[in-house]
Design a protein around this ligand. Structure first.
Ligand code: ATP
Ligand code: TYR
Length: 496
């Protein structure tokens, strides 16, 4: 295997020195993993020192991928301990995503991260979009039957999921060439299971799949047992789901040499349906493996999902990179180290250092959350998305005196309330009136009170006088004004 060294680059900025630390790379086709992070030798200089680190992912290669997943808390169960030794040779690993929404969410990110660990360890990975299984609905972990989705929605959702997964696992992202139903990459492929299910008729299914499935073991699956004991029971359609997923594994095992399926812990029943089917139909023992990872939970024990209020979507059209970044930035101290292990590719040594830093008296609150937010936002939204999030964070920072341009305000406009007013309604209007007219505050007296407290900002500049009147120079690029009242209440006023 070729080992290529990556050159050291030091980038001087006005305030900080950014350094790309060289690492060895084993697979040139694999995605470079950059990590802009605050690397503190001392918590005191945490804010000053900014180091761009090439994460030593390739040094992990000497470590077995199963051990990596285990030490990072990404391993719940494996169907056979032999997977550990099997992974010293190249594997083909797949994870499926049903198109139940246009975007995946933070919980689903774990599947992508585990695939990425396999990819970074030299294995090939396949992401499956469930164009067929999405029409049936996985009963795993669900107390009620999933709502039926129309075909248009399923197709739209499939396209959304392919885009998200492709951006994270494809390399490099701008070169992700779609051809037909696949994004062909050296180490990564996307498939849609509708491609093989669309031509399967019922009689073929019963002969090729049903004949090898034992009703007893199907009934013993957790997802089935739970539902059967519920008042609503379970439809025959949903009962069949495990065989659909099981056949996917069989199909890909036979036709694409895929030999490992991964999924969240709730997928165990469906994954073992696949390994059982492979064993029975092909009469092969121990050549197909399943691996599950624990569900990503909040510190209160609830899972990150889409039914929970305020899902943390991965698609920028459903949640801006800024808001995504803010969610991770607000993770409680109790969760942040666990999330660094499961959601980033920082080395365990780096994470341990950060954990120790958090105990220091000089530790700057949320410094580790900032690293988490930067790492995950970059992985999900790319460098451009991260920069967008950082700029919006800076511009919207309570009391920030950031110089604003129209472009900056437009970028943050989707994250704060906005209104449109005629030029005449704005020019020569008092700030007090404009604050009420725009909906920033509900009454003139509230504005005056806030002005007295020094909490009113026009384009991020504090205003103290009640007599302030909006002039042409206050309308940024003739198009927009940013009003703020207090630390968090903002309003973008667009001038039409
Ligand atoms: N919090 C999570 N951590 C890890 N994996 C998850 C998490 N949530 C979902 N998954 C994985 O993504 C798959 C698809 O999720 P699924 O659509 O069943 O639930 P969901 O997206 O969490 O939605 P809901 O909130 O409606 O339960 C799951 O089978 C599971 O393996
Ligand atoms: N059942 C998985 C999705 C999936 C679909 C088909 C598969 O072959 C594998 C996984 C889920 O609910 O997310």
């Amino acid at each position: 295997m070729a080992v290529a060294a990556v050159a050291t680059v030091t980038i001087a900025t006005s305030r900080t020195s950014l350094q790309v630390i060289p690492q060895t790379r084993l697979f040139p086709s694999q995605m470079p993993i950059f990590s802009t992070r605050r690397f503190f030798t001392s918590a005191k200089n945490a804010v000053e020192s900014h180091t761009l680190t090439k994460v030593p992912a390739k040094s992990y290669y000497k470590t077995n991928v199963i051990d990596i997943l285990k030490e990072r808390g990404l391993l719940e169960s494996i169907t056979s301990e032999n997977l550990r030794s099997a992974s010293s040779s190249p594997l083909r690993v797949y994870c499926g995503f049903d198109p139940t929404a246009e975007s995946l969410h933070l919980g689903n990110l774990l599947g992508i991260i585990v695939l990425s660990w396999f990819q970074r360890s030299g294995h090939k990975v396949v992401a499956l979009v469930g164009g067929a299984t999405g029409r049936v609905g996985d009963p795993s972990g669900k107390s009620l039957e999933r709502p039926d989705l129309d075909l248009g929605t399923i197709e739209k959702n499939c396209a959304g999921i392919r885009g998200i997964v492709g951006r994270m696992l494809g390399s490099p992202r701008e070169d992700c060439e779609e051809s037909g139903d696949k994004i062909e990459e050296d180490s990564f492929v996307i498939v849609n299971n509708y491609d093989w299910w669309k031509d399967m008729n019922l009689l073929d299914f019963l002969r090729e799949v049903g004949r090898f499935a034992r009703v007893g073991s199907m009934m013993a699956k957790e997802s089935v047992k739970k539902r059967l004991s519920s008042e609503e029971g379970m439809s025959y359609t949903e009962f069949t789901y495990q065989l659909l997923q099981g056949y996917d594994f069989l199909y890909m095992f036979k036709n694409m040499n895929v030999n490992v399926q991964i999924g969240g812990s709730d997928q165990w029943g469906n994954i073992t349906a696949g390994t059982e089917l492979i064993r029975k139909t092909l009469q092969v023992e121990g050549t197909a493996y399943g691996l599950t990872f624990p569900l990503l939970l909040k510190s209160d024990g609830t899972k990150f999902g889409k039914s929970e209020s305020g899902a943390i979507w991965l698609s920028p059209s459903m949640l801006s990179p800024y808001k995504f970044y803010q969610h991770l930035f607000s993770v409680p101290d109790a969760d942040v180290i666990r999330f660094l292990k499961t959601l980033t590719f920082l080395s365990m040594n780096e994470i341990q250092e950060l954990e120790e830093e958090m105990q220091e008296p000089e530790y700057i609150p949320n410094a580790v959350q900032r690293i988490l937010a930067e790492e995950v936002t970059r992985f999900v939204h790319g460098e451009i998305g991260l920069q967008e999030a950082l700029q919006a964070t800076e511009a919207l920072k309570p009391g920030a005196e950031t110089e604003l341009s129209w472009a900056t305000i437009e970028r943050i406009a989707k994250d704060v309330p906005s209104c449109s007013l005629d030029y005449d309604e704005v020019l020569n209007t008092s700030l007090v009136d404009l604050s009420v007219r725009s909906g920033l505050l509900s009454s003139k007296s509230a504005v005056r009170r806030m002005l007295k407290q020094g909490g009113v900002y026009l384009n991020n500049k504090r205003v103290n006088s009640e007599d302030k009147v909006i002039q042409e120079v206050d309308i940024i690029d003739g198009k927009v004004i940013l009003l703020s009242a207090g630390k968090k209440n903002k309003m973008v006023v667009r001038i039409c």
